[in-house]
Design a protein around this ligand. Sequence first.
Ligand SMILES: Nc1ncnc2c1ncn2[C@@H]1O[C@H](COP(=O)(O)OP(=O)(O)O)[C@@H](O)[C@H]1O
Ligand SMILES: Cc1ncsc1CCOP(=O)(O)O
Ligand SMILES: [Mg+2]
Length: 263
Amino acid sequence: MPDWGAHLSEMRQCAPLVHNITNYVAMNVMANVLLAAGASPAMVHAVEEAAEFTPLAGALTINIGTPSGPWVAAMEASAQAAQAAGLPWVLDPVAVGATAFRREIGARLLALGPAAIRGNASEILALSGAAAQGKGADSADPVAAAEEAARALACSTGAVVAVTGPVDYVTDGARGWRVANGHPAMPRVTALGCSLTGLVGAFLAGAGDRATATVAALAYFGLAGERAGETAAGPGSFQVALLDALATITPDALTAGARVQAA
Ligand SMILES: Nc1ncnc2c1ncn2[C@@H]1O[C@H](COP(=O)(O)OP(=O)(O)O)[C@@H](O)[C@H]1O
Ligand SMILES: Cc1ncsc1CCOP(=O)(O)O
Ligand SMILES: [Mg+2]
């Protein structure tokens, strides 16, 4: 098994600037998660500047949670700029199956070469063209039901695909892992999936093996959730405790606490 903590160590040493085009709900939570982990977030979405900003960063993340026409233009221009600069970019297809608008955006972004895709099971099913039962931004499908779709998506796009839920599944089409870290409070706080997508971006900046870097980001976030769950009294204090745990988990603690199995 790879040394998961080494990926955290490399990310903190690099302290990458991560360019995020994300949704209104997630902006603050996601920026704080990236700062707590040791990366530098920048939320830059105006079409007038987004593509100019992208090459300044170590990675780009694109989240379609609250899309509108000009934002979509900025997403496409930034994804193209990332491609041109050889930068990894991560797609978070929030509620992609819910409307025709989102399905069209998802298809257009998929064609722009994401290095990784991170979504819940309903989103990965819908993005792959399979039937899905998503409830808005929330999943209504089990992770296991999306594993085949994730592998197919990885093979057709070349991206690492991460399906999150009670036990996450990650694949690059050839290899697969299950990540059992996490806490049941995590889906009760908004924008934690979006924030995890930002962390995947941070771990991909400069990473040699993008699949194991993605697994490490998921295990790290899940372990922080476990730590937060030990002290939190409810969703409010859980969110605060999660930031503290992200900041205090060491690479050695991640190596020891990662519950990852090859799948
Ligand atoms: N029931 C659960 N138990 C433990 N961890 C969970 C559970 N549901 C989600 N998570 C974790 O919450 C984080 C966000 O995943 P998820 O809720 O699937 O994303 P989204 O918010 O995009 O739907 C991931 O780290 C995932 O492992
Ligand atoms: C509630 C909501 N509505 C549009 S985007 C968004 C945030 C979704 O965040 P996450 O996918 O991380 O739960
Ligand atoms: Mg989400």
